[in-house]
Design a protein around this ligand. Structure first.
Ligand code: TYD
Length: 390
């Protein structure tokens, strides 16, 4: 049974960047997190309706950052080299940043956000504008057969009925096929106190321990685990039907590491909750003292993660003047819940900015490199993980 360990308060739809004219029409819910001691799964206590989050105005575009473009390019080269897949399925194809590296003839995709499924359909990749479940799996199987490679990035953790989603994968995975998926890692979140990984879309934050249980129930087996630096620390999980591939040492290593960390016991999560509370106090104190000294703070990257932070810590235009973000769909809008205006970096990241809170701290290397002029003139980045970054 799932038991609550953390309450992040009243929160809006994390990616629901909205026009100012809709400011009084937002949906809010209680963001609480629990741990299931039977299968070790960490999940939201209450799931938000999928249609509220993943619809035709979904704003997150994976191809907006060069880090993610090269990440998916490398991933596809790696999979082609190691598994030579003939038929490929991507679940949650976003704007096509991964599938663009595969042939149009043998690749299909599933993407519930209409704006994105349109983009990849127009590019020539058959894209089903549906949520991933057994119906989708059966339909695709009957139209184009089983798949040798099923890939999914930052999507499986979005699916409330995760047991059903893995069952639907097993249903369409060819006998020797591989199911590879990547999602933020629970151990990284616990270690860094990056509680901003928790928001409506992340129905679950996976440990390898929990995935081993859940995939096992679907008749699948993890044969390899890679650690990735993207999205603030992720795991790439390689799974197949049982006993198809030799199980790599990385699987036992990950399971042992997570047990040593205590990811299988409630006490670890209670400690995490106390660390989250301290993190909030520290961040608000830093921002308040900068603001009190008359300096200007903006936020860099209008992320879902920063929605959690701003709403949990009650950070609004009282502390952050505005947010800069390169995504055209977010510019001119306001942030969910706290209603901080969003502008393009060209417009807002100018000489008047003294401090920049890294809403997109997971891209700090890329951003700091790009904004070298800001650093050279004494500008400073701040993150809720590290405080002021030198
Ligand atoms: P991401 O951290 O992937 O978001 P989420 O928490 O929603 O999963 O999103 C990064 C955001 O930051 C995205 O809106 C694009 C923006 N961004 C910039 O504005 N400039 C940059 O240089 C980079 C790397 C990202």
């Amino acid at each position: 049974m799932k038991k609550e360990f953390l309450d992040l308060g009243v929160q809006p739809i994390a990616n629901g960047f909205l026009p100012e004219s809709n400011a009084d029409k937002e949906y809010f819910f209680n963001l609480k997190v629990g741990f299931n001691s039977e299968n070790y799964l960490v999940s939201l206590m209450d799931f938000v309706d999928l249609d509220m989050m993943f619809n035709d105005s979904y704003a997150y575009r994976a191809s907006m950052s060069s880090t993610m473009r090269s990440h998916f390019k490398e991933a596809s080269n790696n999979f082609k080299e190691n598994f030579s897949p003939k038929d490929v399925l991507e679940i949650g194809s976003n704007d096509g940043v991964f599938i663009k590296n595969f042939s149009k003839e043998n690749t299909v995709a599933v993407e519930p956000c209409g704006n994105f499924s349109k983009i990849t359909n127009n590019l020539g990749y058959k894209t089903y504008n549906v949520f991933w479940d057994m119906n989708a799996s059966n339909k695709i199987k009957s139209e184009s057969g089983k798949k040798d490679l099923i890939f999914s990035a930052n999507c499986m953790c979005h699916i409330p009925d995760i047991a059903g989603a893995f069952g639907a994968v097993a249903n369409i995975l060819s006998a020797d096929g591989v199911f590879i998926f990547e999602d933020p890692s629970l151990s990284e979140m616990i270690k860094r106190v990056s509680y901003d990984q928790i928001y409506d879309e992340h129905a679950h934050i996976f440990s390898v321990l929990s995935l081993s249980e859940l995939l096992g129930q679907a008749g699948l087996e993890i044969f390899k685990v890679d650690k990735l630096s993207v999205h603030g620390g992720s795991h790439r999980i390689y799974a197949s039907h049982k006993s198809k591939f030799p199980v790599d040492k990385s699987v036992m290593d990950a399971l042992r590491f997570e047990k040593e960390m205590g990811l299988d016991i409630m006490e670890t999560y209670r400690t995490f909750a106390r660390n989250v509370e301290s993190s909030k106090e520290r961040l608000v104190n830093i921002l308040r003292s900068i603001k009190d000294s008359g300096k200007k703070i903006v936020s860099y990257g209008a992320t879902s993660k920063s929605t959690t932070i701003f709403n949990y810590c009650k950070i609004s235009t009282n502390l952050i003047d505005y947010i800069v973000d390169t995504t055209p769909e977010k510019q001119g809008k306001i942030s969910p819940g706290m209603h901080i205006p969003i502008v393009s970096p060209d417009e807002g990241f100018d000489e008047s900015v003294d401090f920049a809170f890294l809403g997109a701290w997971n891209f700090s290397d890329e951003i700091i490199k790009k904004e070298i002029d800001f650093c050279n003139r004494g500008g400073k980045f701040i993150s809720h993980l590290d405080g002021l970054i030198d």
